[in-house]
Design a protein around this ligand. Sequence first.
Ligand code: PEP
Ligand code: MN
Length: 364
Amino acid sequence: MLLRLRPNASRSDLDAVLGLARELGYETRFLDTARQVLEATRPDGMGAPADRSRFEDMSCVSQVLDASGAPELVSRPQPEPTRVELGDGPQASFGAGTVSVIGGPCAVEDEQRLAQVAAAVRDAGGAVLRGGAFKPRTSPYSFQGLGHEGLERLARVRAQVGVPVVTEVRDPREVERVGEVADMFQIGSRSMTNFALLREVGRARKPVLLKRGFAATAREFLLAAEYILSAGNDKVVLCERGIRGFDSVTRNVLDLGTVAWLKRSTHLPVMVDPSHAAGRADLVRPLARAAIAAGADGLIVEVHPDPSEVHSDGAQALPLDEFARLVEDVRALVRLDGRRLVAPRTELSEPRLSDVGPEMESVA
Ligand code: PEP
Ligand code: MN
């Protein structure tokens, strides 16, 4: 069970809770740095039903939750929205009034091409390079990515161009190796319920971009994030990438209603992937604009100058000049609601912090 403690709990209150837990045979650990959420588990997995009310009776315990309760660590009431940052500066920032755009090819392929796309993404105001070395393909016969060779190419381009990278990890055994290159782990839509993987990236303590399963409910999505947070990592950015619908004019149905709902229901940043939602390049820009207007804290967009060269998702790849236009849209839209676009190359042209109000001043 999870015990939510009152923020003003004193040292002796805490000692009393921990003492009772010990007496009843529970092992405890705090799940947050503020020491307000305490997990209590028994090695035998069982606890007497009456234990719950013993904890509820303690004045410093505001709530006791069991597995059937709401997802706890991802939910508001945490008063402040979480911000997830990458790189020094930071180079990219998602949430709490900041927005960044990720761009790059679906998969890591030709290295020179990747370097060219990375530089174009950075120069256009993108903040992070994307590109999968391990590709989660529906068919085992489709291109699976270049694997470790892809990671090495990505590492060299990252160093050469100076942008942080996000790349997918599919297997819990690869988390350490992928983490040597990635500034942010991507968990793909097909892996959203790979609980061993979620726990492993939770232990890695590096930012995680968690994509919604294409047939997952919003609650299942939040519970997947809860796995990562409960393993000790609260640097999670949720990503809506379209859910399966009955129509094939778009590859998926971009669920912006859920984006707006998530912004109310969780303190975690929420990002949108318009590329996998649309499945075709000409619809990416309008979906991107709608996503930012709905409150998204970032975008991840597939970019490539020549779709005929690539082995996956060429039809939805945005040409470089259109990516630049999309970033300009984002810059204009986020200003409308007092937010700030964060990218390595655009800080100089951003409004000074003093121009965007008190909320932004605390951002610096
Ligand atoms: C991708 O980002 O290339 C990808 C495979 O996305 P998803 O997991 O959302 O299908
Ligand atoms: Mn793709």
